[in-house]
Design a protein around this ligand. Sequence first.
Ligand code: FAD
Length: 476
Amino acid sequence: MSSDQTAATTPAHPDAPRARGAAEHAVPGEGHAIVLGAGIAGLLATRVLADRFARVTLVERDELTETDGGGPDVRRGVPQARHLHGLLDRGRTAIEQLYPGFTAEMARRGAATAEVLIGTRWYVAGLRVATADTGLTSVLATRPLLEAVLRDRTLALPGVRPLPGTTARGLLGAAHRVRGVLAVTDDETRTLPADLVVDATGRGSRAGEWLTRLGAHAPQEERLEVDLGYSSRFFRCAPGDADGPASIIMSTGANGHGGGAIRVEGDRWHVTLAGMLGDHPPTDPAEFAAFAAGLSGPDIHDIVTGREPLGDPVPHRFRQSVRRRFDRQPIVPRGFLVLGDALCSFNPLYAQGMTVAAQQALALRDCLHVPEHELPQRFYAAAGAAVTAAWQLATSADLAHDGLVARRTLRTRVTNAYVARAQRAAHLDPRVARAFLRVTNLVESPAALLDPRIAGRILLHGNVSPTAPASEPGNH
Ligand SMILES: Cc1cc2nc3c(=O)[nH]c(=O)nc-3n(C[C@H](O)[C@H](O)[C@H](O)COP(=O)(O)OP(=O)(O)OC[C@H]3O[C@@H](n4cnc5c(N)ncnc54)[C@H](O)[C@@H]3O)c2cc1C
C-alpha cells in the first residue's frame, strides 16, 4: 500500500479513519505552525499540520472573501485560477484522504463528475482515445470552487486561524533554525514566532532570498523553457449539454496547439486554448474561435461557436517549469519547509500541480513524527519522489516538441518514441487507453506501459496511420 492510501484523522470529521504514521506519533496540542499562502498547497499543508500542532496560522496576502455573488471569485494572488484546472485522479484520491467526502461535496456544489474515458473525450496526437473503463474519476469545476471547498473545510478545523491581508516578507531566526515569519499588513509590520514555517506561496516564492538573508543557502534550480500561452473563456451551456461529454481535452499536437473544455458549476463551459513555444492563442473572440477550429477535433470549436459567451477571453503566460532542489541542499535549516509550486512549478498542460501538492501534503503528514532536526531531509526525500515522477513525465512530454531547445538524452528519445506508439495504440485499443490514462493521472508509474500484456498491444496497434478515424464509443 502506498503512503497516500492510508486515511488521515480530521478533527472536524470524527468518522474519518485514523491515520497511520503521523497521527499515531503526533503530539496533538503542542506548538505553533505557520503556513504561508492559502492556495491549494497551503490549505492542504494546514489540514495536515492541524493534526500535529495546537495552532496553525494561515498567512495569506489576499483577502479571503467571496465577492462574486454567484460563487467563489478569482483572487489576485492566483491569476491562474481564470484558466482550466483539471484535477488528476491521484490528486482527487489524495484529497479524499484528507477531506473525506470531498468528491461528493464538489458535486453538491455544482461540479460535474465523470469516468475519465467514458463521460469525457480525450484526443492525443490528433485522434480520439478509445472509450474504456479506467477506474478514474474526473471532478470538473473551476479552480475557485476547488479552493473554496478546501478552504471551508480547512478553516473549520480546531486551532486553525487565517491571517488574510498579510504578506510574508522574510524569515526570523538563523541559518540553522527558522523561528518565525516577518509579515506586513496595510498598517503594521509583525513578527510571528513559530515552531515550524511552511512556505506555500507558489511559484513566485522568495524562500531562496529569505534563506540567504539568514545566512543559509538558496536552492539550485532546474528550469525548462516552454513559453506556454493560455487563453480562456466561459460559455453558457445549452439545453442538452448535460447529456453529452462533461469534458473534452485535446493534448497539444505537433504544432504545439491544444485545448480543453470542461462543464463546470453554474451551467458553464470553461474553455482554455493553449499554445507552446511562443505560439500563443489569441484573446480576440474571432481569432479565439479560429484557433479552436484548428484543433484535432470539432468538439471545442462547436462549443466556442455554438454557445453564448460569458465575458471575454483572458490570457496567461507561463514561461518555464521550475524545480527548486531543496532536496539537494547539504544543510537546510530546521523549522522550515517549502511545498507546492514554490517547490516545483510544472507545465500546466499536464494538470499535475494540485495533485503533486496533495501528494506532498500526505508526505508531510507521514513525516511529522520524526525528530525535528530530521524533518526537512525526510520531507524533501518523501515529497521528492512524487515531484520526480511528475517532473519526468512532464519534461519528457515537453521534449517531444521538436522546437523546444534543450538537450535530449538517448533515453528521452527512446521513451518518447515508445510513448508516441502508445498514444497511437490508445486510439484503437481500450486496454492501452486505460493504461495510458492511469499513467498520466499519476495513478500508475510509466512502467505500467512496459507490462508485457500492454507492451504487446502497443507494439501491435502502435503503427496505425495518424489519419485513421477516431474511435467512437461502443466500437470496442
Ligand atoms: C495557467 C495555469 C493552469 C494550471 N492548470 C492546472 C491544472 O489543470 N491542474 C493542476 O493540478 N494544476 C494546474 N496548475 C497549477 C496549480 O495552479 C498549482 O500547482 C496549485 O494551485 C498549487 O499551487 P500553490 O498552492 O503552491 O500556489 P498558488 O496556487 O499560486 O497559491 C499561492 C498563494 O500564496 C499567496 N502568497 C504569495 N506570496 C505571498 C506572501 N509573500 N505572503 C502571503 N501570501 C502569499 C498567494 O496569494 C496565493 O494565495 C495551473 C497553473 C497555471 C499557471
